[in-house]
Ligand binder design. Structure first.
Ligand SMILES: Cc1ncc(COP(=O)(O)O)c(C=O)c1O
Length: 460
């Protein structure tokens, strides 16, 4: 889905002088007659397209290039590892030094008693592997019927057959015959849009926790294995959980012995102003999935991080079966692992959580100023991630017809003013700049957004 949405280039902004009668890659929108938006180079928080336009990468790519585009140390780490040992796998009790060190580091910095890391190449694979790990663990514990998942509507957990089943956005599933695993999608913790008239935020979160409990009871608690949640829902529109939400949810899960998978693929590594989204929202996960900022996206790598209790379950069943029969050729690739390790070193040296907290002051100030704009119903943010939700009527919260694609037009207008943003479901526009952004650059970004909003308001 990420690729499909980002390929929706406005005619005036596309690369007109290039002829693409046959697009040599698969993710292009079939109806998009213009060439793709091609980015040719990057430096710091800026990128340059193939027309020479300089833009602020206000989405850090796909919520992932947390350190921006000029980290020579990451290039050097990759080069060193390429020269030393470009490839070895982790099958059959083999290992490589960067993967071991990376696993040790992840376990050390985890926000919960996590004891192992299992490496993959993307966020979707991490979630997919977490699903398999949960099933394997439940089998190990003699609970073969405890296999269902609970996710939330508007969640994004990736696109593979199983992870895409947990995603709660129709466009990831429609046409693909998903979901294909047993999953219940419960309510979305977005008070602004789904709170009832007169309901307080506290009543709202209690209602959602009660709904979760009734979903579990209806499914049969003995059949529900795990709940999965992004601490802040990213691709669904940057939905920030209301106070108390995760506390109430965790109480329900505990009551029915249901595992908590924290999908930290966007929130992990400083984005919300703490190392982990789980810290920002006091979540005690049994399993965590990470990717994206793990390597600042310089190379593909993801991981599933698991508690010792789960690890012991996996070990006991694999002893019986003779092996833990899963893994992939590039899982724990030494070059990706070396780059991830260097990324974590940089985060540590710069104290990334503190940096994000500092920068988030200016970011929050400018986000909150957007709230005054006629088109903005809600402006929401935490750390260095946020969104504005576009409305036709601020008072009633009425939205524009979906077909008007107003958020999409705003994102395109922002691009004309030099900032890459992302339209999301729910007619919102998302912000997620590299965490290295400076205060003046935050101002530069929001000045452009303000101008883009004015442009679109004048056109409506
Ligand atoms: C929370 C979350 N989980 C999983 C994924 C899937 O990651 P990938 O695109 O690397 O497969 C994403 C991607 O945006 C995500 O935001």
């Amino acid at each position: 889905m990420d690729a499909i949405a980002s390929n929706s280039a406005d005619e005036s902004l596309a690369s007109k002088d290039r002829k693409y009668s046959l697009h040599p890659y698969t993710n292009l929108n079939a109806h998009d007659k213009n060439g793709p938006f091609i980015i040719e180079k990057g430096d710091g928080i800026y990128v340059w397209d193939d027309q020479g336009n300089k833009l602020i990468e206000g989405m850090a790519g796909l919520w992932c290039t947390g350190l921006g585009f000029n980290q020579q140390r990451l290039v050097d780490a990759a080069t060193r590892q390429m020269q030393e040992m470009p490839y070895t796998h982790l099958f059959s009790h083999r290992a490589n030094v960067p993967a071991i060190e990376l696993a040790e580091k992840l376990v050390r910095i985890a926000p919960a008693p996590i004891s192992r890391a299992y490496f993959v190449n993307s966020g979707s694979e991490a979630v997919d592997s977490a699903i398999k790990i949960v099933w394997y663990y439940q089998n190990a514990m003699g609970r073969p019927e405890k296999k269902k998942f609970i996710a939330r509507r508007r969640a994004y957990h990736g696109i593979t057959v199983a992870a895409g089943s947990l995603t709660g956005l129709p466009y990831v599933q429609d046409g693909f015959d998903l979901p294909r695993i047993d999953v219940i999608h419960t309510e979305t913790p977005h008070f602004y849009r789904y709170g009832k008239n007169g309901e307080t935020e506290d009543e709202f979160t209690s209602r959602l926790a009660a709904q979760l409990e009734s979903d579990i009871i209806e499914a049969g608690p003995e059949t529900v294995a795990a709940f999965i949640a992004e601490p802040v829902m990213g691709a669904g529109g940057v939905l920030i959980p209301p106070a108390g939400y995760f506390e109430k949810v965790q109480a329900v899960l505990k009551k029915y012995d249901i595992l908590f998978i924290a999908d930290e693929v966007i929130c992990g590594f400083g984005r919300t102003g703490n190392m982990w989204g789980c810290e920002t929202y006091d979540i005690k996960p049994d399993i965590m999935t990470v990717a994206k900022q793990l390597s600042s996206a310089y190379l593909p790598i993801g991981a599933v991080m698991i508690s010792d209790e789960i690890y012991q379950g996996l070990a006991s069943l694999s002893d019986k079966l003779g092996m833990f029969g899963t893994g992939n050729t590039y899982g724990g690739h030494p070059v990706s692992a070396a780059v991830a390790l260097e990324t974590l070193k940089i985060y540590e040296e710069m104290d990334i959580a503190r940096v994000v907290q500092q920068r988030s002051l200016r970011f929050a100030e400018r986000m909150s100023a957007l709230q005054n704009h006629a088109l903005v119903g809600q402006s929401r943010n935490v750390g260095l991630i946020g969104a504005i939700e576009i409305v036709k009527d601020k008072h009633s919260k009425e939205q524009f017809p979906v077909a008007d694609k107003v958020a999409w037009h705003i994102a395109n207008a922002a691009r004309a003013h030099g900032v890459i943003l992302r339209p999301t479901p729910g007619d919102a526009v998302a912000f997620c700049p590299p965490m290295t952004i400076e205060d003046e650059q935050i101002d530069e970004m929001f000045d452009a957004v303000q101008a883009a909003l004015d442009d679109i308001r004048n056109q409506l």
